[in-house]
Design a protein around this ligand. Structure first.
Ligand SMILES: [Zn+2]
Length: 156
């Protein structure tokens, strides 16, 4: 996780992170960032693509490893593995705002752009995904993760 917004070049980081996403998702997330920006809400992408190894390392936090639980998804169960999800944080006055009333606007704008907003699940207000093009099993096959993720673990 990034520690501070002050040292971050937001447009450059967003450009690099957007490049990790599938083309249709990249356009939708970029549109959401632009529209939020026009409403005075600056967004920084903290994560886009996650390798299966990174997803499993995150899943271990708060379980087999010290720390707080940060995800409900093992490798192969997150849309981040399939380049179809991005996590964003609001930046105000150079500070990352993990708590901010603006996330409801992020959700509304994201949905207008065709994305699913994790805030609707009650716990992941930073998360935007496109998960309607194909079932996740299609992506698991494409990425060689078909055996990695039992369906009952399907989470973000
Ligand atoms: Zn996410």
């Amino acid at each position: 996780m990034v520690a501070s917004g002050k040292s971050l070049d937001r447009p450059e980081r967003n450009r690099l992170k957007l490049a990790e996403l599938d083309g249709d998702v990249r356009l939708a997330v970029a549109a959401a960032i632009d529209e939020c920006g026009s409403l005075g809400i600056k967004l920084l992408i903290t994560e886009a693509y996650r390798s299966p190894q990174r997803q499993d390392a995150l899943y271990a936090l708060g379980r087999s490893q010290p720390g707080a639980v940060v995800t409900q998804a093992r490798a192969g169960s997150s849309w981040h593995q399939f380049r179809r999800a991005a996590d964003v944080v609001i930046v105000r006055d150079g500070e990352l705002r993990w708590e901010d009333d603006g996330y409801t606007v992020v959700g509304a704008v994201g949905k207008r752009c065709g994305l699913v907003w994790g805030g609707d699940w009650g716990w992941d207000q930073y998360h935007l995904e496109e998960s309607a093009a194909h079932p996740i099993s299609w992506y698991r096959g494409r990425y060689g993760l078909a055996k990695a993720a039992p369906d009952e673990l399907l989470q973000r």
